[in-house]
Write a protein that binds this ligand. Sequence first.
Ligand code: NI
Ligand code: MN
Length: 232
Amino acid sequence: MKLTFFGHSAFQIETGGSLILIDPFITGNPLAESVVAADTLIPDAILVTHAHGDHWGDTAALAKRTGALVVANFEITQYLVREVGHQNVMAVNTGGGVELGWGKVTCTWARHSSSFPDGTYGGNPGGFMIETKAGCLYMAGDTSPFPDMAWLGEDYDIDVAVLPIGDCFTMGHEGSVRAAHMLNARRVVPCHYDTFRPIETDTDAWSKRMREAGQSPHVMRPGDTLEVAPTR
Ligand code: NI
Ligand code: MN
């Protein structure tokens, strides 16, 4: 599995010939625009953690142009059907998983909020546990740490946990250390930082803090790719 970071919370997964985008905030994302253009991406699936503009991003345009399957909560999928005219959607809700051929995606809890840029209610915010033959990836979404993460750590053999670290709107450094303890992942990749002034952060300090806590931090710069090899 190849995991590529576009900045903020936008990631791309390539696995088994499928291309999956997560929270594709590309247009207007100062970190992403220098490394990728939304109109060059041809995803098979798009996973959206919640409806905030910095995650929903280019979802409508990408879905319309490519016909990609959009996996998100019920309210987001209904918005796509109703407001965008995009029918290829798969609604999930907290704790629910769907088998998608290239892997299984399970919707996890996130302690946050969710509304569309136009103010429409965006359902519960979430995260995704993504299980593929080439490894298990946890995308926490926008959240604080929460105790159920310990269950995720027990129930899944997580290769990479992607956690927000920018503080202000999500957990910061300390919170991500607590989350990492619970998740017990082989590697921890930070996201949701440096995009805007309120979430500027020192990733070297974060890495040091993580290593001191016995974790394996892996900072990705926008455009970076991480090869995730199967460990089982
Ligand atoms: Ni948000
Ligand atoms: Mn956000």
